[in-house]
Design a binder for this molecule. Sequence first.
Ligand code: FAD
Length: 381
Amino acid sequence: MQQVDAIVAGAGIWGCVVARVLAEKGRKVLVLEKRPHVGGNVRCETDPETGIEIHVYGSHIFHTHIDRVWDFVRRFVEFNGYQHKVLARHAGKTYFLPLGLTLVNQFYGLDLTPAELPAFVAAESAKGFAGGRAPANFEEQAIAFIGKPLYDAFIREYTRKQWGTDPRNLGADVIRRLPVRASYDVNYFPDYRQGIPLTGYNSLFDRLLDHPNIMLECNVDWLAWRNKSLIASRQPLTFYSGPIDALFGYKFGPLPWRSLRFEQERVPTVDFQGTSVVNYTDADVAFTRIHEFKHYHPEDAAAMSAPSTIICREYPQAWKPGDEPYYPVDTPESRERLALYQAETAKMPNLVVGGRLGEYKYYDIDRSIDRALEVASNEVL
Ligand SMILES: Cc1cc2nc3c(=O)[nH]c(=O)nc-3n(C[C@H](O)[C@H](O)[C@H](O)COP(=O)(O)OP(=O)(O)OC[C@H]3O[C@@H](n4cnc5c(N)ncnc54)[C@H](O)[C@@H]3O)c2cc1C
């Protein structure tokens, strides 16, 4: 094997950014990816019939307020200016999320002004949760923030589906904030820098890795590779973004995740739901969301007017080892287990563990990039 200065195990956004920064510093980097393709969970496929970009692991919308991330990512792709909006179906009606003047006025049949909204929500909250003590669980905390009617309509059943348990079994700290916007702004993310790469997400990964100092091998599981590697005696500095528990053979037990199942369908209509994501907040619908991918590229006239559309129903499900891990399950037990694995990692001087699987943390794409920039800029080879 050619001499390399660093190995990057995992070609998701974290690994690809680490590899790029090291390569630009003159390091020879070998990227090993277990799957047959790069991109991790941001990977997309193009529908050959319509040209629609399908987000294979669920919808991904890039959004950020971090200057250095925005500057970095735009060296590789341009964004189309898509602004994400999410609608919710409840009791046969469609509402605009997030919680704000639009939703509250529509739901209660009122015409509140921005100045009137906070007092109205505070009164609803006080009716639902008397206070005098700290909220004991997720449900009480949510009602204390927004009141019972909004909670019952938009949060309770959605949360039950998402986490597979009654919200009263979830800790109050799961829901630290539930802001209600005193405006008609229905942009889902507060970041004004957002969008989808004009040339598609896959082009971002291809361009990040397109550097003479980067070598890429797919279909290689680094955990198996490192054991039989010829250079096992002197492993170069390695940046690993696979699961932290897998790194140690799950010796303290697997860290729990919540998984998802996606059911894709081609529908013979130009526009199925008129927007990219609709949440289903009632108990009688098993899925949580329907994604309709063509709406992520409003600039793509051919895909927008194609006679069919690709939709995807998202079903949360229990996770077992071997399933795709999506959301870390934050409990006192999982935190304790994570700390044991982190203590083991600290004993390995030539290894940097990162990314959503390595840190066992939910990170948006921009935070993943920011973390990768930090790690790769600080490394000492
Ligand atoms: C349902 C869902 C929706 C999301 N939507 C958004 C959104 O709209 N906007 C947003 O900003 N963020 C979103 N995110 C977050 C986004 O997916 C993450 O920020 C991003 O995927 C993190 O990248 P990563 O490189 O850390 O991990 P990953 O994308 O998981 O990449 C890790 C890579 O490492 C590889 N790997 C693992 N083990 C090994 C091994 N042993 N050897 C070699 N390779 C290995 C994996 O195959 C994978 O390719 C969403 C997340 C979820 C779960």
